[in-house]
Design a protein around this ligand. Sequence first.
Ligand code: DGJ
Length: 870
Amino acid sequence: MNFLISLSIMRKRSFVSMVAILGAVVFGLPTAIFADTVWLSSLDLKLMTTGWGEAQADREISGSPLQINGTKFAHGIGTHAASRMRVDLGGNAKSFHARVGLDDSAHAKGSVEFIVIGDGKTLWKSGVMTGSQPAKNFSVDLSGVHALSLIVTDGDDGSSDDHADWADAAIEMKDGVSAPVALTPYEIFGIKTKGFQVNFQVGDDGRLYQLPVGGRDLNPKLRRDDEMYPQAGDGYVWEPALEMIHADGNTSTALLYDGVTRTNESADRELTRIRFHDPAYPCEVSVCFRAHRDEDLIEQWVEIRHQESGAVMLKRMASTSLLLTTNVYLTHFFGDWASEMLSPITEQLLPGTKVLDSKLGVRATQFSNPSFLLSLNGKSTETNGEVLAGSLAWSGSFQCAFDDNGRGVRALCGINPFDSDYRLKPRETFTTPTMIWVWSGHGLGDLSRKFHRWARDFGMRDGHKTRTVLLNNWEATGFDFDFNRIAGLFAPAKEIGTELFLLDDGWFGNKYPRVNDHAGLGDWQPNKKRLPDGLAPLAAAAVKEGLQFGIWMEPEMVNPKSELFEKHPDWVIRQPKRELELQRNQLVLDLTRPAVQDFEWKTIQEILSVPNISYAKWDCNRYLTQPGSSYLAPDRQSELWIDYTHALYALMEKTAKTFPNTELMLCSGGGGRADYGALKYFQEFWPSDNTDPVSRVPMQWDYSYFFPPTALAGHVTHWGNRPMHFACSVAMSARFGMDLDLNKLSAEDKAVCAGAIRAYKEIRDITSLGDLYRLEDPHQNIRGALNFVSPDQSRAVVFVFQLQDGQNVAVRPQGLDPAKRYKITELNPAPHRAALGTEGKTFTGEELMRDGILPSCTKSLEACVIELGS
Ligand code: DGJ
């Protein structure tokens, strides 16, 4: 019995092994004293690659007995260059030996080289052998080796007649261990989450290749085009990920794969660092991935470092260069001031390069957006399809290039290479911005819910807290206010239920008072006429009324009409010999200059240290058009774009750390800084100056692909003169706020606002912390509809926004617990409208998801907010 078991276990092993075992059994010798020899030809040869024909066991490539220079061999493998085989030894082998050469069937023609590699290290090389040479005999030590690679090259002269024999090839294993197993010919490893993976293969040339995401062929033939992080100047002819000029002027880079290190950061998070080096230069690159398992989300960035004799010039350094299959649809979001995200464009990518970019310097967006969607193998819907969301975490000029070479699409995203040459000194590390990739095989809804969960954990501050209801004075007063006018807003603000008052632009400047947008930026002393005793008494008055107090600031900017500019005209970003180009009458301070960094930090500290200030809106109302710095040397001008953003992040980080209890809103003349590079220091961002709810319905829908609605400030204003109930309903589906002169509201509108605030307070835990389901796309329908479900599925809230007159059609929520019963309550019903037919009734989640609810709205600019409660 024992003997039979032994035989069956060893069935793939060689005759030599069996003799050894038989000897041990028959003669009662302990097996441990025999080496376990495994003929290479006993392994699965289907996994061996050949340049011609199929690898043969104990025969040469065309089927005759193995014979090298007149000597015949009973055992071995006949193959043909270029050939590769990999064997898993499990670290249990002792040695490998063989006799190699060109088989006589090649008629003394051909030339090849045999290479033996153990765990990436070359153990033996035959040198180029020709047909007339006798077999070369070798034996290599395999102690501790896990992966053995056997390679036959064509000797660099083409592969005709390259009949190569691994004769008498055998692996000596330790006793009692499992047999070696043939592996796929290339080392394959991947970055994996629950539902997504990206796989890489190490090529014969030592470079690293990527298998296209969404590809159906699991063993595709590697092409040079498929390199994982392609470099310019050494054979790659498409859009490169990395382009650098070495200290000696060489414009090419070659990255060979060194290895991979994995670190578990938590049960759900793994950091993978793939290391490369350039064989001709002391230059190292690490491509890093942080995989969030449950969210199918990968953060990717690249680190570049060298020890050359002088600086290296980085010309292009993408954060990602992900390779995708063909049949890819790109959805991107073009916009402008007051129409951010309002023009989603879906197009099939075709051969050529599609570029989304910005060259604005101090913000990422105004027109193109660094967040986009890629549907693979056809278009996706909310509930179906393979889709990737990409979002570059960078608040400066960006470039996302989708390079389609006819066989696949490469998505390259990173800092815009435009005018951004960057000198990297020896021993310094350049770290690219982080690219965020999120995957779903089940459509856009699932994709965004995972993105939102990650954002609450890592992408923003306090993602797991609800927010207060805010009242801002900007739309109400503009620049026209003083202490009394603002203080006069506090009592009605409190009465209506708001919890936080935000004082906007116009509170500072004395020699050049900030009474309009022409003057005062940079002079951050409270205006003595408007606020004779400064900000503190106003903040105290708000707190006394039971409100928190927040303040507007724009620390990066200066008006030429300011004391700051008079004192430091050289502090601004401008081009010498050019007429100053103003935007909104202002200039950007040069944050690469240490004195400016100190000034801005001092400004922020002074403002946020005023007692009772617990909220701030950080604005940025222009972008760069004349990118010159009088601080940077003439040969470093192109570094301004990158250094500015790095200095900005340092400032934001210091602010968030020093004032951990001060909530921060990110604003940039509307939605110019809607990106995860800055958002991690903020609780929310201002999506647009356009607060017309008719625009906000599709705008908030589009932002919600990437950002949780709690990160979007939604304020009720008179923009568009829409009915107050409609405006409130739209705003309360985001982070609710108001920007109204409450003293001028009609009694009815005031009641509607108060009701909306009461309702928001009841459901804000669901809208802030729950899962979002987008139900009816306002771009394609006469209404928009969405619902949120609390994390424990016990409650939900449905929003319906009617954009045109229509029929009363049921809205079908999603994500409910099918078995649970939910009670229907319309929140803050609109005045003068009939109540919901199902008001107060209870249904199971299954019934609600199947049959839907008839909302109370049918006419244009009506809305309906329905709570599904316990
Ligand atoms: C632009 C912002 O988007 C507005 O909300 C407002 O804060 C103004 N700046 C103030 O100047």
